[in-house]
Design a protein around this ligand. Structure first.
Ligand SMILES: NC(=O)c1ccc[n+]([C@@H]2O[C@H](COP(=O)([O-])OP(=O)(O)OC[C@H]3O[C@@H](n4cnc5c(N)ncnc54)[C@H](O)[C@@H]3O)[C@@H](O)[C@H]2O)c1
Length: 395
């Protein structure tokens, strides 16, 4: 039986609107998507490949070649360290050596790191060439590939650490092709980590047309973790729909309660995800945390901080914690540094405005708001709620 046709969500951005195609066996449709978006098939395309998804990328590469499009292939071994200016240069030089021309696109096949890097390369090469995103991790499908944020990390040296996504550009893709078959090779830990972003979407979705997403996730966890195609398609569709609405309303994160809401849990997550000794389950072999694992803990810290400010009822944090635990994500951690160190790491996040901390805090089921300069006692209550032991002396 042929696979069902893909489900499509549109990101409505006027003349830069684009489709997100979600379904099985659709990587072979890369040439069609390019032809539809560009009006004709290009002669060549940059193909930026995630080494962890090389077999999947080979399907896109074969499809390009059979459509008469010559791929200019660059493979990247993704890590937050290789999401760097040096790797960006490698990609740009490969495109320039092949003399890729202005209208010729870049196709990114991989997780969020490769998508962010390839997207930034496309934004910078010849001052901008089109990009097609083909996400192959759950996190990249539901979040990173949609919305046009691209970028790399900056290494600030020993004292400054890694400044996440500190250099980048807004560069919307021509289209997104989320082939759910690629998730079959994704380790379960990555699948669970991607689900943290879906829970985040569910915690802010009520004003964006979906007030039952958290219930649906809670009822569908087993099917999702078993990679049931209908459940995965519905999961990706609902998350992408929410993100698409948010991005359409506030493409460049300029509104107060717009795209910034997607940072729920992230200020805390960014503070802890670069601490190399933290592990999701106490096993040192599992350090460091993955981004989604840090987000899961950050979501609970945000709920408990909001609770302390009487912004939301404790039952919301309890419910979010129960769902995240059933997914198999951490909600409390051992080995967190002391409060002062954590608060200062949170202060280093780029969501700090005018030297003041800015947090996104939940207010009720499915809703959150921006809170500037939250009182220290509430921030510390959030941090305290996700400690499972005494603080580590990090000096
Ligand atoms: N641009 C945005 O709006 C946005 C939003 C959220 C996150 N991000 C970024 O996304 C990045 C995280 O993305 P991620 O979680 O996809 O991690 P990732 O890109 O590091 O990929 C995780 C791992 O999975 C491997 N992999 C990829 N596809 C695979 C597959 N199908 N089968 C097996 N292995 C596979 C990769 O090689 C890598 O080792 C972060 O850098 C974050 O900053 C960006």
């Amino acid at each position: 039986m042929p696979p069902p046709p893909p489900v499509t969500v549109r990101v409505e951005l006027g003349d830069r609107a684009y489709p997100v195609l979600i379904g099985p066996a659709i990587l072979a449709s890369v040439p069609d998507a390019l032809g539809r978006a560009l009006g004709e098939l290009p002669l060549r395309a940059g193909l930026v490949v995630d080494s962890g998804a090389a077999d999947h990328a080979a399907r896109a590469e074969r499809a390009l070649a059979s459509a008469g499009i010559e791929p200019v292939r660059v493979e990247i071994e993704p890590s937050e360290r290789t999401k760097s200016l040096a790797t960006l240069e490698t990609v740009l030089v490969a495109l320039a050596r092949a003399r890729l021309e202005r209208g010729e696109p870049v196709v990114a096949v991989g997780g969020g790191i490769v998508g962010d890097l390839a997207g930034f390369a496309a934004a910078a090469y010849r001052r901008g060439v089109p990009v097609l995103q083909c996400p192959t991790t759950l996190l990249a499908m539901v979040d990173a590939s949609v919305g046009g944020k691209t970028g790399v990390n900056l290494d600030l040296g020993e004292a400054g650490g890694l400044a996440k996504n500190m250099a980048g550009a807004f560069h919307q893709p021509l289209a997104v092709i989320a082939d759910i078959d690629t998730l079959a090779t994704l380790p379960q830990r990555h699948l669970r980590a991607g689900l943290a972003e879906c829970v985040k979407h569910a915690l802010i979705s009520a004003d964006f047309g979906d007030d039952t997403y958290l219930d649906w996730i809670a009822a569908s966890i087993d099917a999702i973790l078993a990679l049931d195609p209908d459940a995965i398609t519905e999961l990706v569709r609902r998350s992408v729909q929410i993100k698409a609405r948010i991005v359409a309303d506030d493409e460049r994160e300029e509104a107060r309660h717009g795209r910034a809401l997607l940072n729920l849990g992230h200020t805390f997550a960014h503070a802890i995800e670069t601490l190399p000794w933290l592990t999701p389950d106490g096993d040192p072999a599992h350090a460091p945390l993955q981004h989604g694992e840090a987000v899961a803990v950050g979501l609970i810290a945000a709920c408990r901080c909001a609770e302390r400010l009487s912004l939301c009822h404790p039952s919301l944090g309890d419910e979010a914690e129960a769902v995240l635990r059933r997914i198999g994500l951490p909600t409390r951690l051992a080995g967190l540094p002391d409060d002062a160190t954590l608060a200062s790491l949170m202060g280093g996040d780029k969501k700090v405005h005018g030297g003041r901390l800015r947090l996104i805090l939940p207010t009720e089921r499915g809703r959150a708001r921006v809170v500037d300069d939250p009182p220290a006692h509430a921030v510390l209550a959030g941090i305290g709620a996700v400690r499972s032991d005494r603080p580590t002396d990090s000096t």
